[in-house]
Design a protein around this ligand. Structure first.
Ligand SMILES: *Cc1c(COP(=O)(O)O)cnc(C)c1O
Length: 368
């Protein structure tokens, strides 16, 4: 036969995830660390990778890595599970806690992967939008929604700091939420190294708390695909039932072990990103027409007139930022990842050119 039956009905209308990555001089669109791992650590990585038997299956649970992370968090290994990036663990969350007749509570605008995973697993979604202007969580509505048995909310994800809006969730609120429901509450801490706040101290008291972390942002390993969750062993066991047994390959395990052992060496770069973030915020605030949102993370979201044209203007000058100008609840916004100070300067000066030209009524932003 030269045709194929339709794919599963929940795929209708879904679009594959598109990071909108384009060739550029300055990649300020994906919240990556602007610096690769330093040469010293890189040499250790090369040595570790050199010794791997490529013909053998990896340790399915990545126990060496798991032990390192468990120890650093004061936990036993059965409280930790590694994944092929945080993204795999997000999908596993929907597989294990979602499904028809169960409900995912989403707090948009937030990471779009959550909703896509719910759809893929035929999980109904209840949206409680964040407050306009501040993007703060509508806390009373969330607490009320999870307390209503008719909603049958079985899991929710609180992103802290929230991507792409920038600020942390209040810990007092997360604790209220954990007490108000037995639904699984994942706290996505992909950027906690920049926000300096974690729910780890509350893990033992809340069986429904899952903390998600990644090596892709502060630890410069977006290309390697390693993430992990911290949760009660009873919860980890359920994740183990749905995960792909060999999703975390041997090379990634070895690289992540080296990087995690050397994690203190990343601290100066993290501090540098935090101080550059504050500089970007201050400079954006001082630019006419630009409304930046405060950030606890490694990017700044800002609203401006003609944001789509500004995106093009920046891109034509080799600077790639993330365009949310026509995304629901984010209209008119762009997100710039904190880069090196040179990249941030190039971004600021190109953006100022655009704004100045607009003020003069010129045509800078138009693609020639
Ligand atoms: C980047 C990111 C992740 C995880 O990314 P991986 O590269 O798959 O580890 C998870 N949540 C949010 C909000 C992110 O921005």
């Amino acid at each position: 036969m030269n045709r194929v039956v339709a794919s599963a009905p929940q795929l209708a209308g879904l679009h594959p995830y598109d990071p909108k990555y384009l060739p550029a001089n300055a990649y300020l669109s994906a919240n990556e660390n602007p610096s690769d791992v330093d040469p010293d650590i890189r040499a250790q990585v090369d040595e570790a990778v050199h010794g791997i038997a490529l013909n053998r299956y990896p340790d399915p649970l990545a126990n060496d890595l798991r032990d390192l992370i468990a120890e650093a968090n004061g936990l036993d290994r059965d409280w930790v599970l590694m994944g092929n990036g945080g993204d795999e663990l997000l999908f596993d969350t929907a597989l294990a806690w979602g499904g028809p007749g169960r409900t995912f509570l989403n707090l948009p605008p937030t990471f779009s992967v959550y909703e896509a995973n719910a759809r893929l697993t035929n999980t109904p979604v209840i949206d409680i939008p964040r407050l306009p202007d501040t993007f703060a969580i509508d806390e009373p509505r969330v607490l009320q929604a999870v307390s209503d048995p008719a909603n049958n909310i079985t899991f929710t994800i609180v992103t802290s700091p929230n991507n792409p809006t920038g600020l942390r969730a209040r810990q007092e609120f997360i604790l209220q939420l954990l007490d108000a429901t037995d639904a699984l509450v994942m706290v996505d801490e992909a950027y906690f190294e920049f926000s300096r706040e974690t729910m780890r101290p509350y893990l033992e008291q809340h069986e429904n708390l899952v903390i998600l972390r990644t090596f892709s942002k502060a630890f410069s390993l977006a290309g390697v695909r390693i993430g992990y969750i911290l949760a009660h062993p009873s919860v980890i066991r359920e994740y183990c039932k749905v995960r792909q047994p060999y999703s975390v390959d041997a090379v990634s395990q070895a690289i992540a072990c080296v990087v995690f052992r050397n994690r203190n060496a990343f601290e100066p770069a993290i501090q540098q990103i935090i101080s550059e973030r504050e500089r970007l915020l201050a400079e954006l605030r001082a630019t006419p027409g630009i409304e930046p949102f405060p950030s606890d993370s490694n990017w700044v979201l800002f609203r401006m007139p003609d944001a789509d044209e500004a995106w093009r203007h920046l891109y034509d000058r080799g600077i790639l930022v993330r365009d949310f100008s026509s995304a629901a609840l984010l209209e008119g916004t762009l997100r710039v990842t904190v880069g090196t100070s040179e990249q941030n300067d190039a971004f600021l000066s190109a953006l100022r050119d655009f704004v100045l030209d607009k003020e003069r009524g010129g045509s800078y932003g138009r693609a020639e």
